[in-house]
Design a protein around this ligand. Structure first.
Ligand SMILES: [Fe+2]
Length: 196
């Protein structure tokens, strides 16, 4: 039986710190779930690339990590990761903001459904419980994110799903922004570490 999203997240949050957890190569495919929970960072790692904000950003999103009630019929996923500096040190109190399309491919332009932000914990970790966004015309499947370390500039970018048929035809898609996805007993778990 596969672990649940909750148990995978709990294991991720139990990893004590960047250095104690050790470092492994970015995007390494491993069946060792413990390894998947450690930061994907090398000492010479490059900054996470920026991408367009797109037309649907809305400022002043709520402090919110759990979007489950916003889309009760969507496919569940928990996404999580670290915010790291280029030397692989974790950054605490970094802002991570997420907004994305719903299970019908629509953005909430009136309220704040499927929009929220949080600050990384003392080990630089962030997570959201949400859904896999549906497609809308002209784009492959994606999330929108903003990441800002304290006192730093805002990184605006997007995250993508591996194996999506439209990835190769999407003008904005970049494989450096692919989530590392695993199946769980009750949905998916996606992992991405931002380097800012
Ligand atoms: Fe979008």
């Amino acid at each position: 039986m596969k672990p649940t999203r909750r148990s995978v997240l709990a294991a991720f949050l139990a990893v004590p710190s960047t250095k104690a957890a050790g470092i492994f190569e970015a995007n390494a495919v491993s069946t060792q779930s413990a390894l998947e929970l450690t930061p994907a960072c090398q000492d010479v790692d490059e900054l996470t690339i920026a991408q367009t904000e797109g037309p649907y950003y809305k400022p002043s999103s709520p402090l919110k990590q759990d979007f489950a009630a916003d889309a009760p019929h969507g496919i569940r996923i928990t996404i999580a990761g670290f915010v790291l500096a280029t030397d692989c040190k974790s950054i605490n109190r970094a802002l991570v903001e997420l907004w994305h399309a719903d299970e019908h491919g629509s953005y909430d332009r009136v309220g704040y459904r499927l929009r929220g932000h949080q600050f990384t914990d003392e080990s630089g970790r962030w997570w959201f419980s949400t859904i896999i966004p549906s497609l809308y015309p002209g784009r492959t499947r994606h999330y929108h994110v903003k990441v800002q370390k304290p006192g730093g500039s805002v990184l605006t970018t997007q995250l993508y799903f591996p194996g999506e048929p439209l990835n190769e035809r999407d003008q904005i898609f970049d494989e450096r922004l692919l989530l590392h996805i695993r199946d769980t007993g009750d949905g998916k778990f996606g992992r991405f570490d931002f380097i800012v």
